[in-house]
Design a protein. Sequence first.
Lengths: 254, 249
Amino acid sequence: MSLRVSNLSLSYGGGEPVLENASIAVGEGQFVSLVGPSGSGKSSLLRAVIGLQAPLAGTVETGLDPSEVGILFQDDALLPWKTARENVALGLTFHGVPRREALTKADGWLERLGLAGFGGRFPRHLSGGQRKRVALAQVLALHPKLLLMDEPFSSLDAIVRARVVQDVAALVERERISVLLVTHDLEEAISLSDNVYLLSQGPRARITHDYPVPIPRPRDPVRARMDPAFAPLYDKLWTDLSHEVDRVHAEAAA
Amino acid sequence: MSERFTWLRQAAAFAVLLIAWEAAGRAQLLNPLFMPSPSQIGAALVDLFGSGSIWPHLEATFTAALGGLAVGIAVGILLGVIAALVPFLGELIAPVMTVLNGIPRVILAPLFVIWLGIGLASKVALAFILVAVLIFFAVFGGIRQADRRLVERIITLGGTRWSLVQHVYLPSVTAWVLGSLKVAVGFAFTGAVVGEFVAATRGLGYLLSFAQSTYNSALMFALIFLILVVVLAIFWIAGRLERYLLRWS
């Protein structure tokens, strides 16, 4: 087991819990998504897993060294004053890799992510998709066993997004990295995941359902949408999510 | 119109203005006591440099301005970093700086003359106080608004507190200081010249004061022109430095 979150409750700064009693499991090499409306505490859950936020209650177990857990945020947050390769090398130097060696490794990762020749550019001179790939290389260079992703693709336009998602899926599948992806995009969640958790509307959001995805691996996330299992599962998730949103609206009106 | 020739049009307009000015002077339309012609101002400049009498004054003003600038930047950064990172001291430093920022700090010039005499020290002090307050706010505000996302990125990549200083705070501070550098240069020369204007035996400000008391308006214009050229030259150097160090932005 790569990650086990048990009965976790979280709040924004100590107030009413935004998320309550959430339990999630990510098996080794498994790709798991957490889908929910805005304000259901999805991002906070990832922040709690990586230790940026303390939970109100519950536990997070990874069985991994903190250095084996990587996180990819929604925004790129690359250091603007460092070139692409220096940004990628950064995490490696924090873990004691000599600078020269770290830069060589960084070049290798940039090449693997289709950015050969772009290492000397500053983030400002890269496109959104390229910056996303640099941020990804920065995290993958540390060889994480568990990768947390917080809506990492939402800022990209459709075509670039499809290409980046394909590359990420292929990489994590090949390296057998366990992934917990947070998103509000149902299609993305189903096409990438082995298991999808659905969160209700916050505050006091709860995990309402858990859906195994029966699409076989290895898998291309773009073509997975054409798998016969995709449409029925999408329909079921959408129905459940709609019910949940309607229920909250009805309660608010009452 | 092409932007490439903007400077050419600007230069042409300036030339036309100078010629009209000169013509008006020669036609006796301008009283030379108040408004000397460009040729008279040029003659005063040539005289200043030809006799070599300008050098000690230039040296005095430059020493005061650059000395005040250097110490002002150093102290401004130091206080800004301390105030931003040590809240207890920040509570004490910030209000003092806010008051100093609110008043026209040149009013301190006579005080510095009493404390430090009419020599170089009082001019350096005035340039220093003008610059230090400016830099303090650039650094203090900057660190407090340091990009939270960059900080979290460094932490999640396994960085330590020192990594944060090295990779986030220091580069940010550099950027903010460079962003205020041009204003700081202007302030430093303001401090030096005003200090000399109040009480001195040397310097461009002293010469200006001398020109005023002798109604030598050609000399006054020549000095204003000279200060303008000096500050523009330093602006240019500061601009180049800024463009190199901030080439990522």
